[in-house]
Write a protein that binds this ligand. Sequence first.
Ligand SMILES: [Zn+2]
Length: 246
Amino acid sequence: MLIHLRIYGRLNDFIPKKHRYQPFHREIPETTSVKDLIEGCGIPHTEIDLILLNSDPVGFDTRVEDGDQVSVYPVFMEIDIPADKRLQRSQLKDPKFLVDVNLGRLARYLRLAGFNTAYRNDASDPELIEQLLKEDRVLLTRDLRLLMHNAVQTGYLVRSDQPQIQLQEVFDRFNLYSQRAPFTRCSHCNHHLSKVDKTEVEERLLPKTKKYVDDFAQCSRCGKVYWSGSHLQRLEPAIQKLLLDD
Ligand SMILES: [Zn+2]
């Protein structure tokens, strides 16, 4: 059977050049879900916010039939999509992330910005999926195949290989700017920080810090001590901006 497709916006990045920004068709041997049809073109479902099947909005499980017209739209396209037709959550309440292997610095930056972020660099795909579901997290990965997994509800394919651009990508995709809470979470172990009296951490400080800094926070799990001055200065300007600027 023959299915007619049109892919919109930056979803075109995922498909072969000859099909970009124009109608094309795909031959399939038998009826399938619209999710499998579109992922067969290389687009992970987590990037898709609206699917029109013969002009009607449909969910991922809808079956396609011979002659169907399928239009596929990304998140944040400049069109008004009725809330109940959207396939993605663009604004998350209390977002929690699961960061895949090779994105360790992104994980650290998200924690510094105050977001609950689990990071695994030793987990198999099934282990990642299990944790994702159990803890209701958003998957951040550079692995297209993993994002196409049926169990992944909300996720994002990290494009850049530069951690500071990765952070900006994630902030933009999930609109995280209003939910930042810098220096409230341990970048090392993801636990909450609490204010701690200088006298309690004094013996672990370098002389200069002891002399000039008065406000400290400490991780209640691993004991790491934080003070915003020095931790800020050690971050790249681009990260400082993302963490702090209005
Ligand atoms: Zn810690």
